[in-house]
Write a new protein. Structure first.
Length: 427
């Protein structure tokens, strides 16, 4: 009896153990079902419940009226209107220097004097040769006259003697003597011309010993002192550097090739220098060089501006930052440049998809025209906030200064709220 009860108890325990795992599996299944339902509810809330409110906020700016100026910036250096480098064509010793840096000089002033002793000796020798040549000419002329006179007498005697005397040989000999004397006279005249040229050259060299100023101006640099040995060769030695009147300078700036199309002679400009950082100096564009300069793959063109320096504040060699005014208008309708770049996000996604579709097989997108500002008119689309919704408006743009753009025509008026950006609203 006791053994039978014990077996029944074991069966009950085994049944309980077999039923317990089955109950746990059902509980776990219920838990995961609840979790999935909760996640779906959360996604539905964020996707649909939150979208019931305003999802996008637009950042706007008012269209306004005012002036606009288009400028081009360029850097360069100040230079004199004309620079002259003085040198010496002669070799010799510098005896005297009559000027120093910053001295004002006039055309014809003697600036440097060389030692002239050798030059004076050369002039004296040339004059002596000239005198000798002249004497030789006088001697040759006298010999010619004598030969002609003797020849004339011999011909007269031959005529009176009816050809008996002198003999024909003597007449021919005297005739040859006359021609020889005539040739000697021509040689003497040529010697005089040669001596005259040598004398002129020696006198010219002597005059070059005094180095004179060819212009009215100022001395910029001096590289010579008394006692300096000048060794002239194929190239004249630089001794002084002169500049024209410093009350008028020339500013040379490098204009980028992207801006050279709008830069024209006669346009006003201003510039600043490091010596006077808070001061603007006026200038006027004179010309733009056709020849280009390429530095590290950057192509520029040199523009020349006239600068009034009547107060002598500016100096040659100063580095200047110039701003050239290429266009200006007053009282025009203006919008921020950000309004021209704005597109609703839906349209941005469409444009991105379209661009991806236009990609080449190698993965690079097709090239598009670069959007650069200028003086020409262009058709653009901006968005105006009306009744809380963005409305596209086709406009014609004009001048742009990099931050604002002129609206030439279009359904936009002063005070309209043009959209410049958008953002998601807060929860």
């Amino acid at each position: 009896m006791t053994q039978t009860n014990h077996q029944n108890s074991n069966r009950s325990a085994q049944a309980a153990l077999l039923d317990e795992p089955r109950k746990t599996w059902y509980l776990r299944k219920s838990f995961w079902a609840c979790a999935v339902i909760a996640a779906a509810a959360a996604i539905g809330y964020f996707a649909f419940g939150r979208s019931s409110g305003p999802a996008i906020q637009y950042v706007t700016a008012q269209a306004d009226r005012g002036p606009i100026s288009v400028t081009v910036s360029a850097d360069g250096t100040l230079n004199p209107m004309r620079t002259v480098t003085l040198g010496s064509e002669l070799s010799g010793i510098v005896r005297k220097v009559n000027v120093d840096v910053n001295d004002v000089v006039k055309a014809g002033d003697v600036l440097i004097e060389l030692d002239t002793r050798n030059l004076e000796a050369s002039v004296a020798s040339a004059r002596a040769n000239m005198t000798s040549a002249e004497a030789k000419l006088a001697e040759s002329t006298a010999t010619l006259n004598e030969a002609r006179l003797r020849f004339s007498r011999l011909k007269e005697l031959n005529k009176l003697s009816q050809g008996k005397m002198p003999s024909r040989a003597e007449l021919d000999q005297q005739e040859a003597a006359v021609k020889t004397a005539e040739a000697s006279v021509q040689v003497a005249k040529a010697s005089i011309k040669d001596a005259e040229a040598t004398l002129n050259m020696a006198e010219t060299d002597l005059s070059k010993a005094e180095i004179k100023s060819p212009i009215d101006g100022v001395v910029l640099a001096r590289s010579v002192e008394p006692g300096y040995a000048v060794a002239a060769s194929l190239q004249a030695v630089e001794l002084l550097k002169l500049a024209t009147d410093m009350r008028e300078l020339e500013l040379q700036v490098d204009v980028d090739e992207a801006d050279v199309g709008v830069v024209q002679p006669g346009q006003p400009a201003y510039f600043t220098v490091s010596a006077y950082p808070d001061r603007r100096f006026p200038a006027k564009l004179k010309k733009v060089a056709y020849g280009s300069t390429e530095t590290e793959n950057v192509v520029t063109y040199t523009a020349y501006l006239n600068v009034d320096n009547s107060k002598l504040l500016l100096r040659p060699g100063m580095t200047a930052s110039a701003t050239i005014s290429t266009a200006h208008k007053d009282d025009v309708l203006l919008v921020p440049n950000a309004a021209l770049r704005f597109r609703p996000r839906a349209q941005q996604q469409e444009e991105a998809t379209s661009m991806m579709a236009r990609r080449s097989p190698h993965g690079s997108a097709e090239k598009t025209v670069k959007d650069v500002g200028g003086h020409g008119q262009r058709q653009r689309t901006i968005y105006v906030l009306r009744d809380g919704e963005p409305q596209p408006v086709m406009v014609t743009t004009g001048l742009t200064d990099g931050s604002r753009t002129e609206i030439v025509s279009g359904d936009v008026a002063k005070g309209d709220a043009v959209i410049v950006d958008q953002k998601n609203s807060a929860s």
